[in-house]
Ligand binder design. Structure first.
Ligand code: GLA
Length: 343
């Protein structure tokens, strides 16, 4: 039996993990054994890497990129445009209002060009835009084929630039990538991507871009899930819906919380029962991923082991220990790991 997750799934899809400057050291052995693709958890996001127009902070991302280069691992780029963790300077003028569209576009272009160029040897796909689609349930079935005002979330980008900011970002990214790194894939990435109404909005957004001749290669289903949500049928239907656009599908941020919502009390002591439930859940999910291996190119976990997960502080800010990944806090294999290795 193989002992490495990426070897086990070699014929299906790449196996990846989100990492940071701490985990590339602390979880080094696990990363080198099991993962063939890594994503910077924060270090390539707009604000961390480019906090001001004339200030770049490359070293945390550089350290992770060098780790990847030195160990024969490739990277997902995350993310060129997002409404969170972005410096407001990108869209602001000196009087506290929004800058003109052309100025914003020029800044975005410089931002993208610089980062894409710096990491072009190691990045195999970029999340061009992250989380642009609204969670609001408005009926879009009768609003034409591209009702961007209902598809997109409210917020800084549509206010500052207008409803065409997502397609502008993809156009820019595709020009830059065609020139600098033509093999790199362009991804639209979002959460709740298996919720039927949001799935429809994501579908319409990408469908509208493709019909307008804009290149979108893959759709990223983040996969911040739990023991019951989303159900297997919705996962299947979502993969099929996105693939029907002619796009590839990636699972970009998989973690399976052991809590169904923020009211669930922290689990303590003997974890064997919850680990078993989680193992069954991971097994079912991976059975589905394997069924759709022809369209899924990568499954990336949002973290390496349970000692370092954002879910310890989300959605419960005061803290609630969570156990969403395949390896425990001592980096030992959990039952969910064994189960997906035995499929
Ligand atoms: C979203 C983002 C990620 C990360 C997670 C939480 O899914 O895409 O970059 O911030 O939230 O860690």
């Amino acid at each position: 039996m193989s002992v490495s997750l990426c070897e086990k799934y070699h014929d299906c899809f790449k196996i990846g993990a989100a990492v940071n400057n701490y985990t590339i050291q602390k979880s080094r052995d696990l990363i080198l054994t099991h993962f063939k693709s890594i994503t910077c958890e924060n270090q390539m996001k707009p604000e961390p890497i480019h906090p001001k127009e004339d200030a770049w902070n490359f070293s945390p991302a550089d350290e992770i990129a060098d780790f990847a280069r030195n160990n024969g691992i490739s990277m997902r780029g995350h993310t060129l445009l997002w409404h969170q963790q972005m410096g407001k300077w990108l869209v602001s003028d000196e009087n506290g209002g929004y800058a003109q569209r052309e100025i914003i576009k020029e800044r975005l272009k410089t931002h993208m060009q610089t980062i894409v160029n710096r990491y072009k040897d190691i990045i195999w796909c970029w999340d061009v835009v992250n989380e642009a689609v609204s969670d609001k349930d408005s009926d879009i079935s009768t609003s034409g084929d591209y009702p961007l005002d209902k598809i997109l979330r409210d917020g800084i980008w549509r206010d500052a630039f207008g409803l065409d900011y997502v397609e502008t970002a993809f156009k820019l990214a595709s020009e830059i990538i065609s020139e600098l790194a033509p093999q790199t894939k362009l991804v639209y990435n979002d959460y709740n991507a298996c919720v039927p109404s949001k799935r429809e909005r994501i579908f319409k957004l990408v469908d509208g871009m493709i019909k307008r001749g804009i290149r979108v290669d893959d759709i990223g289903i983040q996969g911040h899930w739990n023991l019951t949500y989303p159900n297997d049928n919705e996962i299947r239907r979502s993969i099929e819906t996105y693939a029907s656009l002619g796009c590839g599908v990636q699972i970009t941020e998989l973690d399976i919380s052991v809590y169904e919502n923020d009211k669930f009390p922290e689990v303590n002591g003997d974890l064997s029962e919850i680990y078993e439930k989680q193992a069954v859940r991971y097994e079912n999910i991976f059975k589905i991923f394997r069924e759709y291996r022809d369209v899924i190119s990568c499954v990336t976990f949002w973290g390496v082991a349970d000692d370092c997960t954002w879910l310890d502080r989300f959605p419960v800010k005061e803290g609630r220990k969570n156990y969403p990944l395949l390896f425990d806090c001592e980096h030992k294999n959990k039952p969910c790991f064994e189960r997906i290795m035995n499929l």
